[in-house]
Design a protein. Structure first.
Length: 224
């Protein structure tokens, strides 16, 4: 089981449709599919991406892409710490193939939710070429968020997951800030991404093929 430094873990599954730009019917969009699972009652169960997780919850992701490449995940924890979640040190490969479903971190692994109540921000980067993840220990991407995740105003029944609409997959407002902080030479551009809730999780649409600068988006994990 992989443990996230001090933060919570990731989330990614279903949520509200968010359009960055109008989609052109004449353009064939590339698609990424992301879903989030949590270990509940001795089995992995699909979760809403906006779920608010509890301390010691174990979570993992399912990821499928129509754009082959190399996947990297950077975690910015609720305490302000930065760490690479994927690939894990010593991993043989972080290559993802077109149409193949990958379980993140791996089929027999998971992430453990922990850290101060709030949000962990996971930056998902997909590139056509691999690169050596720069050292990020001790780096600070921004002032730690003081926001605390909340449920809806009405208290949900015990069997219904608490959700926070601020959580889940979202565009990265200014990828250049992340690029500068990490010292990545190739630009990271947040293309015209669209996010749409599907029965199997969240579908992320893009016109980018990841060849020039890569595809980047964020997944916010809420936890108490």
């Amino acid at each position: 089981m992989a443990r996230i430094l001090t933060p919570v873990l990731m989330a990614a599954a279903s949520f509200v449709i968010a359009h960055a730009q109008a989609r052109s019917p004449a353009v064939q969009r590339n698609k990424l599919q992301l879903s989030l699972e949590c270990w509940r009652q001795n089995e992995w169960r699909a979760m809403d991406a906006q779920s608010v997780f509890k301390q010691q919850d174990r979570i993992r992701f399912r990821f499928r892409t129509s754009v082959p490449g190399y996947l990297y995940i950077l975690n910015y924890s609720s305490s302000g710490q930065v760490s690479w979640l994927y690939p894990a040190p010593g991993s043989l490969s972080n290559r993802v193939e077109e149409g193949h479903e990958a379980i993140i971190p791996r089929a027999d692994g998971s992430y453990l939710v922990g850290g101060p109540p709030g949000f962990d921000t996971l930056y998902w980067i997909l590139r056509s070429t691999s690169f050596e993840p720069p050292q990020v220990d001790g780096k600070q991407l921004d002032v730690p968020s003081t926001l605390v995740s909340r449920c809806r105003e009405e208290e949900p029944p015990a069997e219904v997951a608490c959700v926070d609409k601020s959580a889940g997959p979202k565009p990265v407002p200014d990828p250049r800030k992340l690029q500068t902080a990490l010292g990545i030479s190739n630009s990271l551009v947040a293309r015209d991404l669209t996010f749409e809730s599907k029965p199997q999780g969240t579908e992320i649409g893009t016109d980018s093929d990841g060849a020039s600068s890569g595809i980047i988006y964020q997944v916010r994990i809420a936890h108490n």
